[in-house]
Design a protein around this ligand. Structure first.
Ligand SMILES: O=C(O)CCC(=O)C(=O)O
Ligand SMILES: [Fe+2]
Length: 145
């Protein structure tokens, strides 16, 4: 669960810094009707309007690596509201921790593997020992072109 208290200086702070999720897929429920999730597309931030009783499905790093970059892990952040609290619930769908994550053969059609192999445990360790930093952590797992 994520709880974002109201903030009078909402235009000057973030509820959650830009990041990508580590997992395969994230199901996100905006629990009350206060909008806050934003995604980055081509360098611009777009608000995601949650529909009533609808789940938002985000692709995470694991699926980007497994698909050799075909499915892109979405960079996102959460903003806060000046007078209303916001609550969201995220369900992370992830593999067992000792699994080695690497592009699946079906996605390496031209023989070009684009990501290093890394265990999910190591991904987790990196995630929890560094600051949230947009797509940078994931970009470092890319092999040189
Ligand atoms: O509260 C939100 O809308 C985003 C939460 C989120 O990105 C996360 O829990 O990883
Ligand atoms: Fe997230």
């Amino acid at each position: 669960m994520n709880y974002y208290p109201p903030c009078l200086k909402a235009d000057k702070v973030l509820g959650l810094s830009p990041h990508t999720d580590l997992d395969g897929l994230t199901l996100l429920l905006q629990v009350n009707d206060v909008q806050g999730l934003q995604i980055n597309k081509d360098g611009k931030w777009f608000s995601v309007n949650a529909l009533n009783d609808a789940l938002i499905v985000n692709i995470g790093d694991t699926l980007e690596i497994l698909s050799n970059g075909k499915f892109r892990s979405v960079e996102h952040r959460a903003v806060v509201h000046p007078s209303r609290e916001r609550i969201s619930a995220a369900l992370f769908y992830y593999p067992c921790q000792d699994l080695a994550i690497s592009p699946l053969p079906d996605f390496v059609k031209d023989g070009k593997v684009k990501y290093k192999t890394i265990s999910y445990q190591d991904l987790l360790t990196e995630y929890f020992t560094a600051e949230l930093d947009g797509r940078n952590r994931l970009e470092k797992l890319k092999l040189e072109p």
